[in-house]
Ligand binder design. Structure first.
Ligand code: SF4
Ligand code: SF4
Length: 342
């Protein structure tokens, strides 16, 4: 079967932006629309709902448990690309990695000590970012029960040159590689905790686990939510992926971080214009009791399927380019200081 996407839509080896919006708006193919359930994915996600509730599994979960399972199964049955297939094969040993046995006696330290050593260990294992937040019930997908109190969130940097080729298979292979690296770090960190007598439940993408990944990452200070639904970090921009470990080891929570990215998104339309199916909306929406940026699921998912992962919005975001995020953060801080002084 031939893919419909004319790879590569955008190849950028030099860091210059050579993306051109497609001349024609992307229209979801009938073959995919036939597999949509009777209910919109946006309704499943709680668009327009004013009450906080747990999310329903929708994609990248066991297809038997989700209302978009038929579409997901079709997507997983599509022929691969050699670059993506190789990245998936390279990930197999990580997926098969077993956790260390749980030591019988939990080692005792203060929460501050544990926090310092857990983060140090996460970084030593390869995470570029490590943060800690208490688990909230509204982050746990319906159908999953989690007993652990804490989420140790891990940020895994991506190679910008590879990511910037999105939606070329080079960028998708990079996403698979870095999710694999995140899974590896999460498993090693969980194993390390278990050798100290504390259980750890690791998870890395791209498959969804028992909890949402972005809300805990926002809560532990990884950055602000961008208009494209990805986090913008003050150092890495949007060019990173997430993994996590759930645990009961005593820890201290990190604070959220705000440095002006949300306001920047209000005045930026780069991802909106670049998104082929027009899934990125210019305003925030109420979603399960929270007003925030929201990507139209029904519009995004067919293009995501056609390209095996898209990622154009992350590639074109100005924050993603190497060195830009720290400079923009400083610029926004200077602007705020001038406004405060005026
Ligand atoms: S991943 Fe989805 S929201 Fe982002 S550019 Fe692609 S289709 Fe649009
Ligand atoms: S491209 Fe612009 S609007 Fe989109 S997430 Fe990045 S900064 Fe925000």
């Amino acid at each position: 079967m031939e893919r419909r996407c004319d790879w590569p839509r955008r190849v950028n080896k030099s860091g210059t932006d050579d993306w051109q919006p497609p001349a024609e708006p992307y229209v979801a193919p009938q073959e995919q629309r036939d597999l949509f359930p009777d209910v919109s994915g946006n309704a499943i996600n709680g668009l327009g709902e004013s009450t906080v509730r747990r999310p329903e599994p929708i994609y990248h979960h066991d297809p038997e448990r989700t209302r978009f399972g038929a579409l997901q199964t079709w997507f997983h049955g599509l022929p691969g690309h050699p670059l993506i297939d190789q990245a998936r094969r390279d990930r197999i040993p990580i997926m098969e990695e077993q956790l260390a046995p749980l030591a019988p006696q939990p080692e005792q330290r203060s929460p501050a000590d544990w926090t310092a050593v857990v983060k140090e260990q996460a970084r030593a294992l390869g995470a570029e970012l490590a943060g800690i937040t208490p688990l909230r019930p509204e982050w746990v997908f319906e159908g999953f029960e989690i007993t652990q109190k804490w989420v140790v969130v891990l940020g895994i940097a991506m190679d910008y040159v590879e990511q910037s080729t999105a939606p070329h298979p080079r960028s998708i292979a990079e996403v698979v590689r870095q999710y694999g690296r995140g899974t590896h770090v999460a498993k090693r960190l969980a194993s390390w905790l278990r050798t100290k007598g504390w259980d750890g439940l690791p998870h890395g993408g791209p498959e969804a686990g028992p909890i949402l990944m972005i809300p805990p990452a926002l809560a532990c200070g990884f950055g602000e939510l961008g208009k494209d639904g990805s986090i913008i970090n003050r150092d890495l921009g949007s060019c990173f992926r997430l993994a996590y470990v759930l645990t009961d080891v005593p820890l201290v929570a990190d604070a959220p971080d705000a440095f002006g990215a949300d306001e920047f998104c209000m005045n930026c339309r780069v991802c909106e214009k670049a998104c082929p199916p027009d899934a990125i909306t210019p305003t925030k929406h109420l979603v399960r009791g929270e007003t925030k940026w929201y990507v139209d699921f029904d519009k995004c998912v067919p293009y995501f399927n056609d390209t095996t992962g898209c990622g154009i919005c992350i590639a074109v975001c100005p924050w993603s380019r190497p060195g830009v995020a720290p400079n923009l953060t400083k610029k926004l801080a200077r602007r705020r200081a001038r406004q405060d002084a005026a």
